[in-house]
Design a protein around this ligand. Structure first.
Ligand SMILES: Cc1cc2nc3c(=O)[nH]c(=O)nc-3n(C[C@H](O)[C@H](O)[C@H](O)COP(=O)(O)O)c2cc1C
Length: 382
């Protein structure tokens, strides 16, 4: 039995990644901000929820389809935007996007992706969304959005919870700073993980292709990532939001919303979707778990726009619980990236595990179709 066959849950992929990656790279992906209160609570909040299943409901053909903006997708999964993926394995973005495309799962390409908008669109046939980090330079923002439109990206995701970088203590301790200053520690870690090191040497250091040229900097490596980090638009406000809304004709989703009042105001300002997220516990430490924020947002939005969620989704049951709280689709970040440590086959196996778990979960909950999962499935606390 191969290593991949021995992985029966996404947690198994995480443990495999922990063995395969240098400690500082694994912790860069796995870790959260501050004391990791939010990181832990993202899991704990899912784990606290209990279900009240029904019986005799004919679940012989579980239906996983979900509809977003009058388009029906075969599954309720989305891939969260992630920058720096090539640090885990060269080509990781394309590996994840290809595995997702084969299953009709939308892949969200980050502004800080290590594959550019055009290269990704040429490599992958499936649904692609583009995620924008709003930078101070609006001409640059405009150019990225225009490029996403030109290359057929079908939704724009505007991330609003990165007013500045969260304090990632593990990264600080591990010397994972931007710009990266290679140290003896990194050399020792690299020697201890020769397969990872060889791949990186062959594939080259991560290139942030979308932001090449920003502020006239023609490098695409870690120096430009640092410049972008220093140029996040912390002054981003409602007027700026309306400007971006005017640029994009298709569905616009706002990612990083936790307060129901913001969700309501965003929809009034033209947002088509609300993506409940605390950035996987990587930004504001102490922020509410995404799953705990979802019910109130769903109620406040009142069906005017779909609600999506990420942060802590690791099992098919999490996706069902999120739907019971009102999330039409669940996005996964780390769960996909840990699969990519093993290349595209790893991501494929991880996604199939998740989809099988959703199908089994629906059957055992006595709900024939994902769309029918509602609040009645949640057992009252106590
Ligand atoms: C390595 C890594 C890079 C990320 N980069 C981005 C990014 O570029 N843009 C963004 O909006 N969110 C980014 N995120 C946050 C994810 O989109 C998502 O909100 C988070 O990973 C969800 O939590 P989960 O990892 O528990 O599924 C990143 C997360 C990770 C782990």
């Amino acid at each position: 039995m191969g290593r991949l066959d021995r992985c029966v849950s996404l947690e198994d992929f995480r443990l495999l990644a922990r063995r395969r990656l240098p400690k500082s790279v694994f912790e860069f992906v796995d870790g959260g901000a501050g004391q990791e209160l939010t990181l832990r609570d993202n899991r704990a909040a899912f784990e606290r929820m209990r279900l009240l299943p029904r019986v005799l409901t004919d679940v012989s053909r579980p239906d996983l389809t979900t509809t977003l903006w009058s388009k029906t997708y075969p599954t309720p999964l989305v891939i969260s935007p992630m920058g720096s993926c090539a640090l885990v394995r060269p080509g990781a973005d394309i590996a994840i996007a290809s595995a997702a495309a084969a299953r009709g799962i939308p892949y969200t390409l980050s502004t800080m992706a290590t594959t550019g908008i055009e290269r990704m669109a040429r490599a992958v046939q499936g649904p692609l969304w583009f995620q924008l980090y709003v930078l101070k330079d609006f001409e640059f923002n405009r150019r990225l959005v225009r490029q996403a439109e030109e290359f057929g990206y079908s939704a724009l995701v505007v991330t609003v919870d990165l007013q500045t970088g969260g304090k990632r203590e593990k990264d600080l301790r591990n010397g994972i700073s931007i710009p990266l200053r290679p140290s003896l520690r990194h050399l020792v870690e690299g020697i201890a993980h020769p397969a990872w090191s060889l791949r990186l040497l062959r594939g080259g250091l991560p290139q942030f292709e979308n932001v090449r040229g920003y502020l006239g900097d023609t490098s695409a490596g870690l120096t430009i990532a640092a410049r972008v980090g220093g140029n996040l638009h912390a002054g981003f406000d409602w007027d700026d939001f309306r400007t971006i809304r005017d640029w994009w004709k298709g569905p616009l989703i706002v990612k990083g919303v936790l307060h129901p009042d913001d969700a309501v105001r965003l929809i009034a300002a033209g947002a088509d979707g609300i993506w409940v997220s605390n950035h996987g516990g990587r930004q504001l430490d102490g922020a509410v778990a995404s799953i705990d924020a979802t019910g109130a947002i769903h109620a406040a939005v009142g069906g005017r726009a779909p609600v999506l969620i990420d942060s802590g989704v690791r099992t098919g049951m999490d996706v069902i619980k999120a739907k019971a709280r009102g999330a039409a689709a669940s996005a996964i970040g780390r769960a996909a990236l840990f699969g990519a440590v093993m290349g595209q086959v790893g991501v494929e196996r991880g996604l199939d595990i998740l989809l099988e778990e959703i199908a089994t979960g629906l059957k055992l909950s006595g709900v024939p179709g994902f769309q029918q999962v509602g609040p009645a499935l949640i057992a009252p606390a106590g």
